[in-house]
Design a protein around this ligand. Structure first.
Ligand code: NAX
Length: 328
């Protein structure tokens, strides 16, 4: 039998963790034939709650779950991990300035980047879900000089899935008809979901929609502000859909994307599409044999150019702020 894949999840006692762990353990990440060993990191006061979650994992008797370890020390929990999903982060609380938020998260992601650098497996893949996801990933990457930079990604797959769902509803087609959706830029309100390169049944999505007012003033803000709409409706932030997107990003990164389609992944820029090198920005990506590539040669019209530039400018500001704080 094959050796278990070691999968770390941080913030494991949180809301997203409660959806994520059970799906990973049940085989949704790597299929029914790959045993998984879970490595769960939490802060000390949350370990008791995490023990309760582990009791429930035990009670599922998942055939693919080969073991679970929990702890509050990243150098122990990350030892030998092949995948790390960095979900735990410090949320913005009342009275907190942007600098305070970046500092609090900086402390978390410098420490976790260093620990991954020291103890993770050579093939480790790291995905940051905790916000501000792109910049947290940049901080972790910058503190892990021995891990190839391209192994640090941030999550924009939830935005990607939201965009597919909104477009499918508008055109009254099944989601399976929609290919080549792209989220560009930051996982924030400046993100740009691109319908000009998107295809529906092989035709241009923007042409099928044929309504620039809807595209600009309805579709884009609905996708970009969906998180706030979920909070307003549910009373807490998206959790099951965020867990689903985290799994889909990692699954596709490990197992590949289908021919004739791509996914959105926030990855360190190589300068493609004029995005300054080193920023962790969302791009259309394909994956083969565990390696992703940014899709090249797409048309970027003037409307798209301005939207991408605005989101990338925000990423550059965040990068400057964390540089100023000495975090990268
Ligand atoms: P919760 O507050 O429910 O859970 C977060 C957990 O992280 C807590 O249990 C906390 O104890 C733990 N934690 C804090 N610091 C830690 C550390 N240093 N090491 C390990 N664990 C630590 O938040 P939840 O709703 O699960 O959301 C988690 C993160 O995902 C938040 O930052 C949230 O903003 C972000 N999101 C990102 C999304 C994306 O698309 N990229 C969408 C969903 C979500 O908003």
């Amino acid at each position: 039998s094959n050796a278990p894949v070691k999968v770390a999840v941080t913030g494991a006692a949180g809301q997203i963790g409660y959806s994520l762990l059970f799906r990973i353990a049940s085989g949704a990440l790597l299929g029914p034939d790959t045993p998984i060993e879970l490595r769960l990191l939490e802060i000390t006061p949350a370990l008791k709650a995490l023990e309760g979650v582990v009791m429930e994992l035990d009670d599922c008797a998942f055939p693919t779950l080969a073991g679970v370890q929990i702890g509050d020390d990243p150098t122990k929990v990350f030892d030998g991990v092949n995948m790390a999903m960095l979900v735990g982060a410090r949320p913005r609380t009342a009275g907190m300035e942007r600098g305070d938020l970046l500092s609090a998260n900086g402390a978390i992601f410098t420490a976790q980047g260093k620990a991954l650098n020291d103890v993770a497996a050579d093939d480790v893949k790291i995905l940051v879900t905790g916000n501000p996801a792109n910049t947290n990933a940049l901080i972790a990457m910058s503190n892990a000089p021995d891990i190839p930079a391209e192994r640090f990604n941030a999550l924009t797959r939830l935005d990607h899935n939201r965009a597919i769902s909104q477009l499918a509803a508008k055109l009254n087609v099944p989601v399976t008809e929609i290919k080549k959706m792209t989220i560009w830029g930051n996982h924030s309100a400046t993100q740009y979901p691109d319908l000009f390169n998107c295809e529906v049944g092989g035709k241009s999505a923007a042409e099928l929609v044929d309504d620039h007012n809807w595209l600009e003033n309805d579709f884009i803000p609905t996708v970009a502000k969906r998180g706030a709409a979920i909070i307003a409706a549910r009373g807490s932030s998206s959790a099951a859909s965020a867990a689903n997107a985290t799994i889909e990003h990692m699954r596709d990164w490990a197992l590949g994307t289908p021919d004739g389609d791509w996914v959105s992944m926030a990855v360190p820029s190589d300068g493609s599409y004029g995005v300054q090198e080193g920023l962790i920005s969302s791009f259309p990506c394909t994956v083969k044999d565990g390696k992703y590539e940014i899709v090249q040669g797409l048309e970027v019209n003037d409307f798209s150019r301005a939207k991408i530039d605005a989101s990338v400018a925000e990423l550059a500001e965040e990068q400057a702020a964390v540089k100023e704080l000495g975090l990268i």
